[in-house]
Design a protein around this ligand. Structure first.
Ligand code: ADP
Ligand code: MG
Length: 748
């Protein structure tokens, strides 16, 4: 009997957390994590300790000479390059602050093309030349480093003996301290200049959208100098008891359960969403929020999500690059702080079959340095024309690059969420709501003459229906839409919970930049032909509304009819992950990235190699883990149980006459047969899955290999699981080796 599982369940449900080593016997899971430096929040108010661990403007002002401070702020505000001559002084100020805060080490903190962040810690110490040590941190070390980058994914941009890549400081994202380490946000690029990370292209995309949007904005407000892209992410996640987690090799190694029958109760009563937060979870959230606030992350919202043990956290939205760094940071904080509370956080998009998965809605909008929210209706005609301009151009960009946007969010793990009748469907479309839809319809149907005659003269009388400042019907959200307009922003809901939001934000912002640039050209052309500005803008918009109509869909994104309709409309309906990645290399995409200066074809090709390779590796790991669990955990236990049934049947025959024994044993005989059928199926399919892997592994190109993994291994995982889950229903509960869904999914 599996007393071990019972001990673990017991420990998880209220008693002391088990030491991982106690039940694995061999794993040496690190259980204790130092609490981050200086948890001192106590009863203090968030406003008192907000950004305590961040080298923000206030600290810059305090720790830098006035001239240096001014120059640095200028670099941050205008995006110009840092003058190397001030780097030493910035580094000195930063070091002074960091050491006062108890930091002993520093690191360049970057996001390579894996999921997390990378950091290599160096201490501040240097020889002082007199036989002792001193703390040292120079401008050179601050601005640029050359981590041995050969082991990061690079898609062949660098081969290993030409391994130099370098990380370079991004002054627009402030340095911060985690534990004893000063973290300096950096981009990570190859020696030849190609991006090997997410931040470098994101910064380029943000620059491109700033330029293009500012020019369009100046039609409406000549004072606009800069346009910011904003991002407000909503991070969904699961919590699971640490002891139970460690007893599930699939969770441990793949981040999701590869087997597990539905719990009798899961989310069907809809009693978890917005429900009372369990006390232990609330304690975790509180700690997390305090640490996040100290790091300058303005966390605001927390609640239970739909699935049991599923929760959400959201900050106040911020400038996109900073918001993105904050999301990366909070994911690592969550992992760490969860362990202090005896939990593991699951960021995988679909840790449990049969209950909702986790996403990371990316709320996106544009705003000017003059304080205008470009995705919000204006107060007057000018404001409304501007609003419609940005809405329609966004739709155009999303329409023209709907396949690419899907490629930007798809992954081996997010594929479980997409198209699985939970937000979002595997087809990108945009919800606008009845009010905006009516306005667009009106503009589309009005004849150009009337647009022209009504425009200009009085300004106000132009034929745009009144748009209320608050768009009421957008509070009635369409939860099935992957890209929904929600009153003052678009909400890109297809992004995965585990993803680096930058992937989606690079594509979205570059596509918008390309679109706005073309819009400007089209409008300027009409103006140069004698049309006045307003009617030129309106007539281009009118054309656009027609062209991008296929992307607009306010109906049920989960319905079968929509799939057929979307295909008719020419939207990308592909569901195979490796094939979806092809969208990065189409002429349409490569051209867009090149025109906006965000990525070259070479970079796109290299990054796609990484995507395909990562996909293959993830499925390969899942396949190995499932094979191991099936053969070494499940079949032995099922067979042992089957043997006990056989023994029982034999004993029946010993004590009863044959006919009666047969009658009394008939149900057990059925079980014995069922177990035999399931175990035979599992064994055969594990063998054939291994064969299929061997075939796939011989394929030379990453794309074809990923396709083989998708086509042959992914279905095998599902088939094998089906039979394991059936066995779970048959085998004696005391023998079952792995924690079950009903145990994993309910924190007490
Ligand atoms: P809901 O779950 O209803 O979508 P939440 O309050 O959970 O709403 O999250 C909304 C997110 O959208 C928050 O991060 C919020 O800061 C962000 N947000 C609000 N307005 C904007 C905006 N104009 N641009 C970008 N993000 C925004
Ligand atoms: Mg939302």
């Amino acid at each position: 009997m599996s007393t071990l599982r019972f001990k673990m369940v017991e420990a998880a449900f209220g008693k002391k957390p088990l030491d991982a080593a106690e039940f694995t016997g061999k794993h040496n899971v690190e259980n204790s994590v130092n609490s981050p430096a200086g948890i001192s929040a106590g009863d203090a108010r968030p406003s008192e300790y907000f950004a305590e661990h961040v080298f923000n403007r206030e600290k810059m002002f305090h720790y830098l000479p006035a001239k240096v401070y001014e120059k640095l702020i200028n670099v941050i505000d205008t995006g110009t390059t840092l003058d190397r001559s001030i780097a030493d002084e910035v580094a000195a100020g930063m070091k002074k602050w960091a050491i006062e805060m108890g930091a002993t080490h520093y690191t360049h903190w970057f996001a390579p093309l894996t999921e997390g962040t990378a950091e290599k810690h160096d201490s501040f110490i240097e020889h002082d030349g007199k036989g002792g040590l001193m703390e040292e941190f120079t401008g050179k070390l601050l601005v640029q480093q050359e981590p041995d980058a050969s082991s990061f994914p690079n898609g062949g941009i660098r081969n290993t003996f030409e391994a130099r890549g370098y990380s370079a400081w991004d002054p627009s994202s402030p340095a911060f301290i985690v534990d004893d380490t000063l973290c300096i946000p950096t981009i990570f690029i190859a020696y030849t200049g190609e991006a090997l990370d997410y931040k470098a292209p994101l910064l380029k995309a943000l620059r491109a959208v700033d330029k293009a949007a500012s020019e369009v904005c100046r039609y409406f407000d000549p004072d606009v100098k800069k346009v910011y892209a904003y991002l407000g992410w909503e991070q969904e996640y699961f919590l699971v008891d640490e002891g139970l987690y460690a007893a599930r090799p699939d969770l441990l190694l793949t981040g999701r359960t590869l087997m597990g029958h539905d719990s009798a109760k899961n989310q069907q009563l809809e009693d978890h969403y917005f429900g009372a937060i369990p006390t232990r979870v609330a304690a975790f959230m509180k700690d997390l929020e305090i640490e996040a606030l100290k790091l300058g992350i303005p966390v605001k919202t927390r609640h239970n999500e739909v699935a049991p043990n599923q929760f959400e956290l959201a900050p106040i939205f911020e400038e996109c690059n900073l918001a993105n760094d904050h999301n990366m940071l909070i994911m690592s904080l969550m992992r760490k702080i969860a362990r202090n509370h005896g939990f593991r956080v699951l960021l995988h998009e679909k840790p449990f079959k049969g209950v909702n998965g986790s996403g990371k809605h990316n709320n996106w909008s544009l705003g000017t340095d003059t304080g205008i929210q470009l995705m919000s209706p204006g107060k007057d005609f000018n404001g409304n024309l501007r609003f419609i301009t940005f809405i329609v151009n966004t739709l155009m960009a999303v329409y023209r690059h709907n396949g690419l946007l899907k490629a930007s969010i798809i992954s081996a793990s997010n594929a479980h969420r997409l198209g699985a009748n939970e937000a979002p469907p595997a087809i990108i479309s945009s919800f606008l709501g009845t009010q905006i839809s009516a306005v667009l319809k009106h503009i589309e149907e009005s004849d150009p003459e009337s647009l022209q005659s009504l425009s200009g003269k009085t300004g106000i009388k132009l034929d745009i229906p009144q748009i209320p400042e608050i768009l009421i019907d957008n509070t009635d959200r369409n939860r099935t839409s992957p890209f929904a307009f929600t009153g003052n922003r678009f909400e890109f809901r297809a992004v995965g919970s585990e993803a680096n939001c930058a992937s989606a934000m690079i594509v979205l912002n570059s596509a918008i930049a390309e679109q706005l640039t073309e819009f400007k050209l089209a409008v300027d052309k009409k103006i140069s032909e004698g049309e006045d500005k307003e009617s030129a803008i309106l007539s281009v918009i009118k054309e656009y509304i027609k062209i991008c109509a296929p992307i607009h869909f306010d109906g049920n994104g989960y319905s079968e009819e929509w799939k057929a309709e979307a295909a008719r409309r020419g939207l990308d309906c592909e569901t195979s992950v490796p094939l979806i990645y092809d969208n990065y290399l189409t002429e349409n995409s490569a051209d867009m990235f090149e025109k906006t200066g965000v990525m070259t074809r070479k970079e796109l090709e290299a990054r796609n190699e990484v995507k395909w390779e990562t996909y293959t590796k993830k499925i390969q790991i899942e396949s190995r883990v499932l094979g191991d669990l099936a053969m070494n955990h499940i079949i032995p236990v099922a067979t042992a149980y089957q043997s006990s049934l056989i023994e029982n049947v034999c004993n029946m025959h010993k004590i009863f006459p044959a006919e009666k024994a047969e009658m009394l044993s008939s149900k057990n005989m059925e079980l014995i047969e069922a177990i035999a059928r399931h175990t035979a199926f599992i064994k055969e399919h594990v063998d054939s899955m291994i064969e299929a892997r061997k075939v796939a592994n011989k394929i030379e190109t990453e794309r074809e290999k990923a396709i083989a993994y998708h086509d042959t291994i992914v279905p095998a995982l599902e088939e094998i699981r089906y039979h394991i889950d059936k066995l779970e229903l048959i085998v004696d509960d005391r023998m079952w080796p792995l924690p079950k869904y009903r145990e994993l999914l309910f924190i007490r």
